[in-house]
Ligand binder design. Structure first.
Ligand SMILES: Cc1ncc(COP(=O)(O)O)c(C=O)c1O
Length: 392
């Protein structure tokens, strides 16, 4: 990082100096670290964020794609405030988890039953455990370089992961049909689940080929392997999630991000024949608790967010994403993705992330960016003008 690219942020410096004393590397969330220290957020409103040093930036990070309506949408603030005012969590269920399950069932064809968690990580973790419980098998197959949160079976890298877990996870090269089929042929009767994201962001946000997703469906179904589709990021792309666009039905789906309206959330959905493994009335039930699972603040914020995000809004922001992607590609910034999700290749532009931040554009350091509903065509043009100013 050249020092000229890094903004002078004296308040962030002071906070980071304190953070270094008490947090390893001054950090408690690896994904939000930026060398030599990140800006610190102060407030957000609509599609803009103000940092503690007073810089106002257009927020295309949206807390890693979770803030579908940007910051502090009045309807979501009202829903969350009402929930907190009436008691933020109880050692009892509330009507809001029922409302949320019903709302998700209307959108997701396979979503007959639901289970809520506090994060996408937990949703994926519990989906894997459900698959193991239902099939009586241990092995999980996943694809290289794809991020599914931080639970053991999906950890990227092996540090801190037990050798037993590593032995029960088979990592196949993305899009390699031959290797995938061979893996299933060799280990099929010991494989509980195949975990796939139809547009994984870490390896570049390129949609999986339709015939590959169909192959995964065919091969898992014929071997009674549970196909888990991770839609934690991609659910925003269509009312029924990205898999509805492919016309491929998985056995289980994991959700998170936008369904919490900006608060912590995750969900596992699927048909009763699988999801009933969680039914506490059964002596065989798979136990799943969570002090804050299905907490009414997340549920009510999420209900408000989803009720403002119907097909027309989804299509509108997907079209804005297409406009931004086309413009960036034309301006010499190679950009992948689909609809409102974008991945901008920053690799050829030295210090691009800091220079963009300085020009008023906040994306994730990996180049992941997204459109939120407060944005319009004028905002997209503002982003394009900033990229042009920054240059490559
Ligand atoms: C595809 C995917 N799955 C799972 C997760 C984990 O979700 P969370 O960060 O809510 O634990 C993420 C997070 O970015 C994700 O992108």
């Amino acid at each position: 990082m050249t020092s000229s690219a890094v903004l002078g942020l004296p308040r962030a410096d002071a906070l980071y100096a304190r953070a270094l004393e008490r947090l390893p590397g001054g950090n408690t969330r690896t994904t939000v670290f930026a060398e030599p220290r990140p800006p610190y957020a102060a407030t957000g409103s609509g599609c803009r964020l103000t940092d503690v040093d007073g810089h106002v930036v257009l927020d295309l990070n949206n807390n890693y794609t979770s803030l579908i309506h940007g910051h502090a949408h009045p309807a979501i603030v009202a829903a969350a405030a009402a929930a907190i005012g009436e008691g933020s969590a109880f050692g009892l269920p509330t009507r809001y988890e029922v409302d949320m399950a019903e709302m998700l069932s209307k959108r997701v064809a396979i979503g007959e039953k639901w289970r809520f968690t506090n994060s996408g990580t937990e949703a994926v973790m519990m989906a894997i455990r459900a698959a193991r419980a239902v099939t009586g098998r241990d092995i999980v197959v996943r694809f290289d370089g794809c991020y599914h949160g931080t639970s053991e079976p999906v950890a990227l890298g092996s540090r801190g992961v037990s050798t037993g877990t590593l032995a029960d996870v088979l990592v196949v090269r993305r899009g390699n049909a031959e290797e995938f089929v061979e893996t299933l042929e060799r280990h099929g009767d010991r494989i509980a689940a195949v975990l796939i994201d139809a547009m994984p962001h870490r390896p570049g946000l390129v949609p999986v080929a339709t015939d590959h997703l169909q192959l995964v469906r065919r091969e898992t179904r014929s071997r009674n392997i549970i196909m888990i589709l991770d839609e934690v990021i991609t659910f925003r792309l269509a009312s029924g999630g990205l898999h509805s666009v492919y016309g491929v039905e998985p056995d289980l789906i994991s959700l998170g991000k936008i369904i919490g309206g900006g608060l912590p959330v995750g969900a596992i959905g699927g048909p009763a024949r699988i999801m009933n493994v969680f039914d506490p009335r059964s002596p065989e039930a798979l136990s799943h608790g969570g002090t804050f699972s299905a907490n009414p603040v997340s549920m009510r914020a999420g209900l408000a967010a989803l009720s403002l995000f119907g097909s027309a809004e989804i299509e509108r922001i997907n079209a804005l994403g297409d406009r931004l992607r086309d413009g960036l590609n034309q301006h010499g910034w190679p950009t992948n993705g689909r609809g409102s999700l974008l991945r901008i290749d920053l690799s050829a532009a030295p210090d691009a992330w800091w220079r963009l931040y300085g020009a008023g554009i906040f994306i994730s350091p990996s180049g992941l960016a997204c459109i939120s509903t407060p944005m319009d065509a004028a905002v997209v043009d503002e982003v394009l003008a900033a990229f042009e100013r920054v240059g490559r």
